[in-house]
Design a protein around this ligand. Structure first.
Ligand SMILES: Cc1cc2nc3c(=O)[nH]c(=O)nc-3n(C[C@H](O)[C@H](O)[C@H](O)COP(=O)(O)OP(=O)(O)OC[C@H]3O[C@@H](n4cnc5c(N)ncnc54)[C@H](O)[C@@H]3O)c2cc1C
Length: 364
């Protein structure tokens, strides 16, 4: 039996495996090798599916995200069914409104000018012009935001893959493992879905980096906080809310549903995965949590810091490219190797659509 190996069990690795095991790869053994790193970005994700009212794409990756959003609910619905999971879908995935809170109407208007899409273009494309609305004195409302429970989605994907016969091996993919694979004639495809570790792993294995990965690396380390019923001032429509500081330099994002709310923010830029300065990160987190407690108008409000749980993880992006999807140049072997990594802030938005793109790449 021919074999395909995916390295990494983050949201990208699991979603790629999910797509490939639907039909075409039946009869092929698929194995996921993962070291289940505690700082995997997917484990730390909030995971909001924010598109901030943007209705047409600025680039092909954004178009993929918009498409992912359209099919998300159906995708989750099918996964739940296959997993025989009786949880109501809206405890895992929900559409709703997003609201940004600013400290003044001046700040709000500055931001509005930056995010607003051209009304004429929207009309030309038969798209509504009300997806980003200024409301009251200091808020912007986004009509179509979504949220998915990251941890639950990872579990459901794993259950479904096990049911479909995907094998999981808990192991660190190293030079030794790579040389074993090169010798195994049955292995036809190897896909690296190794997130922030991809660049150093490929370098260790002496595999030339794909062009996109030679562009400037945006490597960050960040935290997500969460807890049950820790936020005041949220209603049933709540999905996403952002509070923006007075100097417009910090923001805090609340996402989720009433009884499971996540708090996140942009993460700290670092030079290498071996250089995490926890002191610096804690300082930044304190600023975020202070902002989360601040009262801006009737914004969501963090009540009790002590009851928060915290998850930390890495994210990576390259230049303006969100996901790097490419064939790797491996001269010495017959099998083909690929890379699927990146997705800096939005791996979960790519989840329902990434497998299709990878499949096209495998058969190109
Ligand atoms: C704090 C934080 C908040 C975020 N919030 C959001 C959000 O709200 N919405 C959103 O869409 N995205 C969010 N993201 C981004 C999102 O998490 C990433 O886009 C996503 O995790 C990328 O997934 P991945 O599968 O590429 O990488 P990862 O999740 O990092 O997975 C990499 C996998 O590779 C494995 N691996 C690495 N090296 C090896 C090796 N040598 N051998 C074996 N296995 C290996 C790891 O164990 C892991 O399983 C957030 C990220 C962070 C850090």
């Amino acid at each position: 039996m021919a074999k395909l190996i995916i390295v990494g069990s983050g949201i990208l690795g699991l979603s790629v495996a999910e797509y490939l095991t639907r039909e075409i790869f039946q009869g092929i053994e698929i194995k996921i090798i993962t070291n289940n790193h505690k700082f995997s970005g997917s484990k730390a994700a909030a995971a909001n599916l924010a598109t901030k009212g943007q209705l047409f794409a600025r680039d092909s990756h954004f178009e993929l995200k918009l498409h992912g959003k359209k099919i998300y609910k159906n995708w989750i619905h099918n996964l739940l069914k296959e997993d025989n999971c009786s949880l109501p879908i809206d405890t895992i995935f929900k559409n709703g409104e997003g609201i940004d809170y600013f400290t003044s109407s001046n700040n709000r208007d500055k931001h509005y000018l930056r995010v607003k899409q051209d009304d004429n273009l929207l009309k030309k494309k038969n798209l509504p012009t009300n997806s980003i609305l200024k409301i009251e004195e200091n808020k912007i409302k986004y009509l179509d935001e979504s949220w998915v429970d990251a941890q639950k989605l990872l579990n459901i994907l794993k259950n479904v893959l096990i049911k479909r016969g995907v094998l999981f091996e808990e192991n660190n993919f190293s030079e030794k493992k790579y040389h074993e694979i090169i010798k195994d004639k049955k292995i036809e495809h190897l896909i690296f879905c190794t997130g922030a570790w991809t660049k150093s792993l490929l370098e260790n294995l002496n595999i030339p980096l794909p062009l996109q990965m030679t562009k400037q690396e945006r490597l960050t380390f960040g935290s997500t906080f969460f807890g049950d019923n820790i936020i005041h001032n949220i209603n049933n429509n709540f999905i996403l809310s952002e509070k923006i500081s007075n100097d417009l330099k910090s923001k805090v994002t609340f996402s989720g549903i009433i009884n499971k709310t996540y708090i996140s923010s942009s993460s700290l830029r670092i030079k290498s995965i071996n250089e995490v300065n926890l002191k610096e990160i804690n300082l930044k987190n304190n600023i975020i949590l202070e902002l989360a407690k601040n009262n801006i108008d009737d914004s969501p409000n963090l009540s009790e810091i002590n009851e928060l749980s915290q998850l930390n993880g890495f994210r990576v992006g390259y230049g303006h490219t969100e996901v790097v999807l490419d064939k790797l140049n491996i001269s010495e072997s017959k099998f083909k190797a690929f890379v699927c990594t990146g997705a800096h802030k939005s791996g979960y938005l790519f989840a329902p659509v990434i497998g299709h793109i990878v499949q096209n790449l495998l058969f190109k």
